[in-house]
Design a protein around this ligand. Sequence first.
Ligand SMILES: Cc1cc2nc3c(=O)[nH]c(=O)nc-3n(C[C@H](O)[C@H](O)[C@H](O)COP(=O)(O)OP(=O)(O)OC[C@H]3O[C@@H](n4cnc5c(N)ncnc54)[C@H](O)[C@@H]3O)c2cc1C
Length: 400
Amino acid sequence: MYDVIVVGARCAGSPVAMLLARRGHRVLLVDRASFPSDTISTHYLQQSALLRLREWGLLDQLLATDCAPIRHMTLSYRDLIISGFAEPVDGLDFSMAPRRTVLDEILVRGAVAAGVEFRESFSVRELVWEDGRVAGLRGRDANDRFVEERATLVIGADGRNSIVANLAGAEFYKVVPPACFIYYSYFSGLEWDFHSRFGVGEQCAGWPTHDGLTVVAAMRRLDAFDEFRADIDGSLRTVFRNVAPELAEDLDAHGVQADRYYGIRYPDNYYRASYGPGWALVGDAGNHKDPVTGQGIADAFHGAELLAERVDQALSGQRPMEEALAEYQRLRDESTQTVFDLTTAVAELDFPPELVMVLSALPGNDRARRMFFGLLAGVVPAAEFFSPENIGAMLSTAAA
Ligand SMILES: Cc1cc2nc3c(=O)[nH]c(=O)nc-3n(C[C@H](O)[C@H](O)[C@H](O)COP(=O)(O)OP(=O)(O)OC[C@H]3O[C@@H](n4cnc5c(N)ncnc54)[C@H](O)[C@@H]3O)c2cc1C
């Protein structure tokens, strides 16, 4: 019998398991993948996520890999170009885009070092119900045996198609249909900092990762999916030519493709009820949005921390589990709502006029620009950046 079983061992699951084990709880962590393991993601990590890794004592392991630090960002929307970077936070003056084979392995090892029992190649198939509450799970282990494990709480950190959420009947309460798809690959020969460039109904992007490689990505609206994938390489280069011709030229002249293309039609953006009797959800399982604002991993880390703290309070008898989990969901929603709305608006690849007005005020205003990059770094709260006072001040400076 465990205190907690966590299903899914990546950005949400390993941290929540690690943080609970560090507080003395008996935790089983399972994942159907075996690690190191890749997953579809362009893996950009904001400073807020790096700060959490540092707090958890895991950042040095990431820095010991050859992942390139990023210290300059260029964003553009049609003719409007904004470049710069966030102010250093607690001495941290860079972001990074580590491959998931590297990042997720560090997270899993962090959980195991904290005392978590980890079983990979373990595929969860069923929840165990007892007296109307989840009491454990059943699944196939690495030896193809069907096994049952029991716990006070089962946490689904099992991503967008969460089996825990589906079997627990977790209801969706805010759903925004997807707007786009993405194709990306890895190229050598490019010396790009971070670029995220938006044109009319299309976006191109790129940033450095490990091994001297650059992630190179193109996004378009869903109605262009069939046309795009008929010639993925040609379509991606066309998006770059349309949106950022200087990057397109560099890509054609110096880029050497080092991996295959990965693509996905984005699923819905959503919030899902994230707790019930004997179960809870964290990470994409409970809240997912288009990756255009690069927040999924940082949000998964933050959610893991919020949840671990409250589950610990309940397991140590300080408060009822249901009350603790309700607070977790409320705090998660409060802290992600504004960026969720911003993300779903930006993902349309046709920004609302109010957003264009705000962005247009940035190039000539150093303070506002630094704050904007702080927002992208996850260290300036969205509610503060988009507060009527701040927006009013930015617009009047721009008018003056
Ligand atoms: C194309 C793309 C690009 C992205 N780019 C970025 C980016 O640049 N920056 C960013 O911050 N975010 C990005 N994201 C989002 C980010 O990848 C997710 O938010 C993040 O991976 C969520 O982590 P998670 O731990 O909740 O879920 P996941 O990473 O999905 O992990 C879920 C785990 O659960 C396991 N699992 C599932 N079902 C079972 C089962 N039945 N039994 C056992 N195990 C199971 C899976 O094997 C998996 O390991 C991107 C997403 C996509 C699709």
